[in-house]
Design a protein around this ligand. Structure first.
Ligand SMILES: Nc1ncnc2c1ncn2[C@@H]1O[C@H](COP(=O)(O)OP(=O)(O)O)[C@@H](O)[C@H]1O
Ligand SMILES: [Mg+2]
Length: 347
């Protein structure tokens, strides 16, 4: 089981490099999945997909290749699936048809990261053993690590458990049967929200609680996998201009969370060979300008390697393509530049 999680600021090529990585893995004969948590749906363009299917196999020409799959995280579908998988038979329909479920499922902003972790677990159950994750830009990306742990802690809290569990026991007897501490909370909330809504919420909560509890156990397991360097590698995508700033930010952010960086991927580097003889006129000026930029890129990459050698296993460099990353052909050009012999990640 291998997971590669790409992080980076917006527009540096995370989605492109993530999709190329999944392609590189598929080319070794494996079954790989690239999943994006970015609602911008760039993955669809990067893979050259045209329709709206949120999860699909991407056709590859190479007969020796394994399978390349792409998934655009669908928060609602993931939550529905979790209910179907983990609610007891008798309660899954009650939950899915509950008015409160419609309300929370209709306002799932903020659930992206919680469901990303749930989806990783579902993909593993489906037998994908190489998962590449393309995260939403920068700050939010780290929430994939923070939120599930936070949620697991909240739903494990004694107060929350008290209300969830005692209500279930007391549902048939009326609210008065709930323990003292819970009645206090319920009373206070009722005075704000009204009795009807609070009872509906409690009714829903008592049905949903086992799923939330199960979620938090699965999330803990998945987060433990994300924390296990033998399973998961974090790679930071950046560009030559942003390399040092991004390296400082992500090294700090990941170290704080006790995660290590597997690789810095410097994308869009201008590294084409420079001719010995330079023509005169405009062509010469363009080449001179190219050389200036290219030298600056090389210098930044060198500084990154010097400054952050101890922070990541390696620095991978991807050159600027002569085209947009808009389909399998372009992804192949990026995949060709990828190190497949990386000890963790693609092995
Ligand atoms: N190596 C590259 N060469 C040329 N264009 C690239 C390269 N990498 C990315 N791009 C282009 O940069 C833009 C942003 O890429 P994308 O992968 O969506 O970045 P991100 O996911 O970080 O926002 C896209 O238009 C893509 O085609
Ligand atoms: Mg993207």
């Amino acid at each position: 089981m291998k997971i590669i999680c790409y992080l980076g600021t917006g527009g540096v090529g995370k989605t492109s490099v993530a999709a190329a990585t999944a392609l590189a893995v598929a080319r070794t004969g494996k079954r790989s999945m690239v999943m994006t948590t970015d609602p911008s749906l760039r993955l669809r363009t990067a893979l050259g997909l045209t329709d709206n299917i949120t999860e699909q196999r991407v056709p590859l020409d190479d007969p020796k290749a394994g399978e390349l799959w792409a998934s655009l995280l669908n928060v609602r579908a993931t939550l529905d699936e979790a209910v179907r998988l983990y609610a007891k038979n008798s309660t899954s329909d009650r939950i899915l048809n509950h008015s409160i479920y419609a309300t929370i499922a209709g306002s799932l902003a903020g659930m992206q990261e919680l469901m990303a972790v749930e989806r990783i677990d579902q993909l593993i159950q489906q037998g994908f053993d190489h998962i590449v994750i393309d995260t939403a830009p920068s700050r939010h990306a780290l929430e994939i690590l923070d939120k599930p742990e936070l949620f697991a802690n909240i739903s494990g809290s004694r107060r929350v458990q008290l209300v969830g569990r005692t209500y279930q026991l007391a549902a048939g007897l009326g609210l008065t049967a709930i323990g003292r501490g819970a009645v206090d909370i319920v009373g206070r909330v009722e005075s704000i929200l009204g009795v009807h809504l609070v009872r509906q919420i409690l009714d829903f909560y008592s049905l949903f609680y086992p799923i939330a509890e199960g979620y938090s156990k699965r999330a803990q397991k998945t987060v433990a996998m994300l924390r296990d360097p033998a399973v998961t590698e974090f790679r930071v995508v950046t560009t030559p201009q942003k390399a040092l700033r991004d390296a400082a930010f992500f090294t700090d952010a990941l170290n704080k969370r006790k995660f290590r960086i597997g690789a810095f991927c410097v994308n869009r580097a201008w590294l084409h060979p420079y001719p010995d003889t330079v023509p005169r006129g405009l062509a010469g000026e363009v080449l001179d300008w190219y050389k200036t930029v290219s030298d600056a890129h090389r210098k930044e990459i060198w500084k990154l390697k010097q400054g952050y050698a101890g922070q990541a296993r390696e620095v991978q460099v991807f050159s600027e393509l002569d085209q947009d990353v808009d389909g399998v052909r372009a992804l192949e050009k990026l995949a060709d530049q990828m190190h497949l012999q990386a000890p963790a990640g693609l092995a």
